[in-house]
Each structure stands twice: as structure tokens, then as C-alpha cells.
Design a protein around this ligand. Structure first.
Ligand code: NAP
Ligand code: MG
Length: 403
């Protein structure tokens, strides 16, 4: 078989620990035999981030802007223990944070549905995609622990020195106080990313805030979404046969539990943090979840939603067998290759990406899976495979798909 040709490279961001091991297996066994892979390679492994003073992360984000499509392996976010373990010069920032700040994006997470792994919510028949705004609110807050009696104010001073001052509360005793913000610019790019993603995947878009209580803050989110929808997306949504639906966050939660799935649920930063963990665990597992960062100007970065699976890596280093689920990382590759194919009108590459996903799902549905899934699967003919055996089983199915 001739290898599938690529016209434009995609940006490859390598990572750490067990996912770095899986990364190589996936490339060697599932991609390189079939695709004449063109990538611009950036090693975001912690050793190289430290060697380059983290310049490699910035370079990789710039490359993503240049080429439009990137695929990223999970990476270590350093903490005190990693400072010692890797003899780091500095506690480098989270690469995901750096890349998100550079691309100004929204993170979309979708469960991968397979037979035998049933959602806990029995009426969920199709995936629910969470779209999380990744800037501001409580994640960039300022807090004070109030020690006793006194008045708390919210003060804004504009560039001419004019001030607006609002009393927050007159404290009669100890308490707590918090200030937070967002910007029209960031909310606008969040809205555009959501509308574009809905059009791209032909799914309805839901958005919810608490605008009845937060009449300025949350209401601004609601208003910006509505304005952008009316001005830029209304007719495109009609053409695509999809809808935009705004409701209160508590109403949204109630409706989600009764829905059958198949839509995108856009959430403010905190709601998205909390609800994505609820939705993903109700669908089965973090290793059965795709994750893509989409920027308002259409840059796509695909990754797995889980971390570097450190505990499995230490077993691997001791020469012990591991049974690590590579599905989310495989889907990061297939997602990036498919997007590259769509942008380049490369049908062969799109078909290959579809086949790779089909082969992966088929492998699990035939009862062959890694330990994490074997523990929760309702199938009765289960074979638990180690990390590499699972990938080689997928390869057998992929050969059949492509034959
Ligand atoms: P983790 O890598 O997500 O793993 C936590 C546990 O979840 C594992 O020990 C394992 O459970 C299970 N698990 C996760 N992915 C799995 C998979 N593919 N197959 C099978 N089991 C899986 O989280 P962590 O151990 O807390 O974090 C490790 C490192 O990852 C940290 O340095 C953190 O900074 C980094 N991290 C990176 C990203 C990213 O780059 N996107 C995201 C999160 C965390 P059992 O041990 O019970 O088998
Ligand atoms: Mg969380």
C-alpha cells in the first residue's frame, strides 16, 4: 500500500512520562506505516522545557498559529516534587496555560462512546460536549479575609483618574471578600469559538449563566453571545439546521439530565470546570474523552484530557507491565490529522483518520481493552491487554479497515 501523502505539516508537541511512551507506540504502529507523516516537531518534555528555559513551549504555540493544527501529548506541570526530580532551574508554568494564553481559546471536551461502557445517565445516547471558557472569573480573583468590622468597596479608576465606587458590604464582624473580572474581548472570542465549533460539528449550542442574579456580570456574557449570534451566525445556523439556545444555568443542569445528548454545552470558566468532571465521569472515564482547544481565528490544538499517568510510568521504568489506555491520545492524533485533511482537501487523510477511530472503537467493542475499561465494561467476553498489545490489536483492525 502506498503511504498517504500530506501537503502541510501539523505541529507535533511531544510530552512526558507514560503518555510519551504511548506517543511513540502510536506513531510507530498506527501512523507511520500508513501516512507519510509531515510534522514540525517540538519536544515539550520537561527535560527539554528546562533546557530551553521554556522557549520551546512558546515556539510550539507560535508554530500552531502558523500551521493552524497541532497535536499535543500530556505534559508535566511542575510542582515542588518535580523541581527535585528533574533538577529544574525554575518552576516552569503549565504548558497548557501558556498555549491557551497564546491562542486565546476555548476547550471542548467530548466523551468517546463505545458499546459496553454505558453512561450512568441512561437517557444519554449521544455525547455531550462541554465548552469551557478558559479565562478569568474566580481563576484570576483577588481575595481578602476580613478580620472584623468595616466597609468593603468595589472601586474602578479609569485612565483619567475618574472613579466609580460601590459599597459591597458593611461588615459587623469577620468574613470574606472576593473581586473578579472578565473582559469583553475574551468573552467575545469564547462566543465565536463556540459558534464556530457548533457549525463545524453540526450540533446545537446551549449556553447558560446566572444572569437573573448577576445582572451586570453574567448578563454581559448573555448579551455578548446574543449580539454575536444575531449579527454573525444566525443565518449560518439556519442553513446548517442547528439552533442556539440560552437558558439559566440551573435550568440547563435540569435539562441536561433529561436530554439524550448530541449537543454542545458552553459554560463559564467555573461551571465548565465542575460540569466537565461530572459529565466525563458519568460517561465512563477520562481516558475516553477527546479534548480540543479552538481559537477564535480557527486554530485547533488536539490533546488527551488526562495527565501523564505518572503511576503507570514508574511501573514501566521498573520493567513491570502496564495497561494504560491510549484511546484519548489516539483520538488526539486522528482529530488533528482529520482537521489537516479538511483544511488541505486531503480526502485520503480524512478517511484514514476515520478508519483509525473506527478500528479503536471496534477493538474495545470486540472485548479487547485496557484494564481501566475492563473494570467498568458490561461486555462478558473481555480480554485485558497491556499497553502495547492493545495498540497492536487496533493495528490489526486498522489493516482490515484500510484493506
Ligand atoms: P493522570 O495522569 O490523569 O492520572 C491519574 C490516574 O488516572 C492514573 O494514575 C490512573 O489511575 C488514571 N488514568 C489517567 N489516564 C489514564 C489512562 N490513559 N489509562 C489508564 N488510567 C489512566 O493525573 P496525575 O497522575 O494526577 O498527573 C500526572 C501528571 O500529569 C502531573 O505531573 C500533571 O501535572 C500532569 N497533567 C497534565 C495534563 C495535560 O498535559 N493535559 C493534564 C492533567 C495532569 P490508576 O493509577 O488507578 O490506574
Ligand atoms: Mg476540575
Amino acid at each position: 500500500m502506498d503511504k498517504i501523502q500530506m501537503t502541510t505539516p501539523l505541529v507535533e508537541m511531544d510530552g512526558d512520562e507514560m503518555t510519551r511512551i504511548l506517543w511513540k507506540m502510536i506513531k510507530d504502529d498506527l501512523i507511520l506505516p500508513y501516512v507519510d507523516l509531515k510534522t514540525e516537531y517540538y519536544d515539550l518534555g520537561l527535560v527539554n522545557r528546562n533546557d530551553t528555559n521554556d522557549q520551546v513551549t512558546i515556539d510550539s504555540a507560535n508554530a500552531a498559529k502558523k500551521y493552524g493544527v497541532a497535536v499535543k501529548c500530556a505534559t508535566i506541570t511542575p510542582n515542588a516534587a518535580r523541581m527535585d526530580e528533574y533538577k529544574l532551574k525554575e518552576m516552569w508554568k503549565s504548558p497548557n496555560g501558556t498555549i491557551r494564553a497564546a491562542l486565546d481559546g476555548t476547550v471542548f471536551r467530548t466523551p468517546i462512546i463505545v458499546k459496553g461502557i454505558e453512561p450512568c445517565v441512561k437517557n444519554w445516547k449521544q455525547p455531550i460536549t462541554l465548552a469551557r471558557h478558559a479565562y478569568g472569573d474566580v481563576y484570576k480573583n483577588t481575595e481578602i479575609k476580613v478580620s472584623g468590622k468595616g466597609k468593603a468597596y468595589l472601586v474602578f479608576e479609569d485612565e483619567n483618574g475618574e472613579t466609580i465606587k460601590e459599597l459591597v458590604h458593611e461588615f459587623k464582624g469577620p468574613g470574606v471578600l472576593q473581586g473578579m473580572h472578565n473582559t469583553d474581548k475574551s468573552i467575545t472570542s469564547f462566543a465565536r469559538s463556540c459558534f464556530n465549533y457548533a457549525l463545524d460539528t453540526k450540533q446545537d449550542l446551549w449556553f447558560a449563566t446566572k444572569d437573573t442574579i448577576s445582572k451586570k456580570y453574567d448578563h454581559t456574557f448573555k448579551d455578548i453571545f446574543q449580539k454575536i449570534f444575531d449579527e454573525e451566525y444566525k443565518s449560518k445556523f439556519e442553513e446548517a439546521g442547528i439552533t442556539y439556545f440560552y437558558t439559566l444555568i440551573d435550568d440547563a443542569v435540569a435539562r441536561v439530565m433529561k436530554a439524550k445528548g448530541g449537543f454542545i454545552w458552553a459554560c463559564k470558566n467555573y461551571d465548565g470546570d465542575v460540569m466537565s468532571d461530572m459529565v466525563s465521569s458519568a460517561f465512563g472515564s477520562l481516558a475516553m474523552m477527546t479534548s480540543v482547544l479552538v481559537s477564535p481565528d480557527g486554530i485547533y490544538e488536539y490533546e488527551a484530557a488526562h495527565g501523564t499517568v505518572q503511576r503507570h510510568y514508574y511501573k514501566h521504568l521498573k520493567g513491570e507491565e502496564t495497561s494504560t489506555n491510549s484511546v484519548a491520545t489516539i483520538f488526539a492524533w486522528s482529530g488533528a490529522l482529520r482537521k489537516r485533511g479538511e483544511l488541505d482537501n486531503n480526502n485520503e487523510l480524512i478517511k484514514y483518520a476515520d478508519a483509525l477511530e473506527k478500528a479503536t472503537i471496534g477493538t474495545i467493542e470486540s472485548g479487547k481493552m485496557t484494564k481501566d475499561l475492563a473494570l467498568i465494561s458490561s461486555l462478558d467476553n473481555i480480554t485485558t491487554l497491556n499497553s502495547e498489545e492493545f495498540i497492536l490489536e487496533i493495528k490489526k483492525n486498522l489493516d482490515k479497515e484500510l484493506a
